[in-house]
Structures are given as C-alpha cells and as structure tokens.
Design a protein around this ligand. Sequence first.
Ligand code: QAP
Ligand code: CO
Length: 170
Amino acid sequence: MTLFSILRFPDPRLRKIAAPITQIDASVRALAADMAETMYAAPGIGLAATQIDVHRQIVVIDISEERNQLRVFINPRITRRDGQQVYEEGCLSVPGIYEKVERAATVRVEYLDLDARPQFLDADGLLAVCIQHEIDHLQGKVFVDHLSQLKQTRIRDKLAKQARKSAQAL
Ligand code: QAP
Ligand code: CO
C-alpha cells in the first residue's frame, strides 16, 4: 500500500482533465486501494485521482461515520440532477478552508465498478454533494471556482501565507 501526497490549490496540475479508464485491471484496483488509504489517512470523505496527480477518471468516497463504506466510481457521469442545496464544503487540496457552495440536491451517477460492471446510484444530501465535488476534480475544477472572485483571492492569500509559515518552521 502507498500513501500519496495530495496536490494543493492553486497547483496547476489540479486543472488537468482526467482520461477515461479503458481497462479495469489489477493496476486500477491497486490505485483504488491506495487512493482509499490516502483518503482515510488524511482524513477525508472523498478523493479524486486528479488530487494525487493521476489524471484518470476514478474517485473514492466514504461518508460513513464508521469509515467502512468505501465507494469507488470509475468513469463517473452525472446523468440526472434535480433541485438545489447549499452545503459547506472543504477539500483535501484546499486545507483549512470551508465555504458554502450551491449544487444539485439529487443526482444520478452512472459509472463502472471495480469489476467493470456498469452501475448507477441515485444520491442526495452529503453523498450528492461529494459526488459532484469529486467529478468536478476529474474535469480540472476545484470547489473554490464556484465562489466569488473576492473569496477566491482571499483563499489564495491565506494558503500562500500558510505555506510561507510552514516553510519557515523547517
Ligand atoms: C469533499 O473533502 C467534500 O480543509 C471531500 O484541513 C467536502 O474530504 C464534499 C479535509 C465537504 C462535500 C462536503 C479538509 C481534511 C477533508 C480540510 C474532504 C482539512 C482536512 C476534506
Ligand atoms: Co476536493
């Protein structure tokens, strides 16, 4: 098992567009396991491959309290969206920043599982938010893109200040 390091906003590699996975083999299963380990260690509730600088369409999510309901989505696509909800989001690539984002209230996601079987999931609440957030990553988007320019500038400044501080501590 391997723990990956997570790219931090505004790293330009977070803007890359992930390619679909054409063959679900042992290397893809190993990638999913390593991504899950990285997400649990962080700790986080969702991680997209983009965040570990792997530009392939795979996402891991576990929103359960017990941390025992891992979901793996390969080539996920949202095929239905309904309503709207506002949720305070964070991101492992934007540490220490939490902001409200408006997204669809319910979504249907179509994807492949680790056995290459097509699946769909109807999600609402936090799971719906998390799926939309992670699919954004695969398309080179970060949740701060949904915020005003003023908020984006403040977040960049705050993260730059944090980075200077932690560099000084070395
Ligand atoms: C995406 O985010 C998400 O700032 C997953 O210091 C978040 O796992 C979807 C984390 C909220 C829906 C709602 C963030 C950990 C984890 C931080 C995460 C931090 C430590 C974020
Ligand atoms: Co994120």
